[in-house]
Design a protein around this ligand. Structure first.
Ligand SMILES: [Zn+2]
Length: 151
């Protein structure tokens, strides 16, 4: 399942990427660009707009009827039967492409010493070279997911 998120859905887009889903998002997209991207095959265009500007046809637009972020994420996950565990943390949050596992020895001196010493599994974005590991951010994300999906 792949998504294009409307410009007002930045937080939702970020979280879909955290869950590992291909999600095109750019706050600077014009509406024309959104139409173009939203009509790519296999993509669902997620929007909060009840009425799309006339003359713009989306082949697969999906209206999100809830305002709060937690509800939006829950709504999309339940509607599209997304797996919130399977591909968690497999995608670069900036570039929206899959990260690759990187050998720890290659990161010496490139990331904070404490993180280098405290963790063994690291992944890197092949585009922006941002390095990811299961640190505090990971723990906080898991807590938040548990809060959203377990009550
Ligand atoms: Zn990246």
């Amino acid at each position: 399942m792949k998504f294009v998120a409307d410009t007002m859905l930045g937080k939702l887009a970020r979280w879909l990427r955290i869950l590992g889903y291909d999600t095109i998002y750019d706050a600077s997209f014009t509406f024309q660009k959104l139409v173009e991207m939203g009509n790519l095959s296999d993509f669902v265009f997620l929007t909060r707009r009840k009425f799309l500007p006339s003359g713009n046809e989306f082949s697969n637009a999906f209206y999100i009827p809830v305002e709060k972020f937690d509800d939006q994420l829950r709504f999309v996950v339940e509607t599209f039967k997304l797996d919130i565990h399977k591909n968690l943390f497999t995608r670069c949050l900036r570039c929206n492409i899959e990260v690759q596992v990187v050998e720890k020895s290659k990161l010496k001196g490139k990331i904070p010493k404490q993180s280098f010493e405290g963790f063994d599994i690291f992944s890197e974005c092949p585009n922006c070279h941002n390095v990811y590991w299961n640190g505090a951010h990971f723990t906080n994300t898991m807590k938040k997911l548990n809060r959203i999906f377990n009550n």
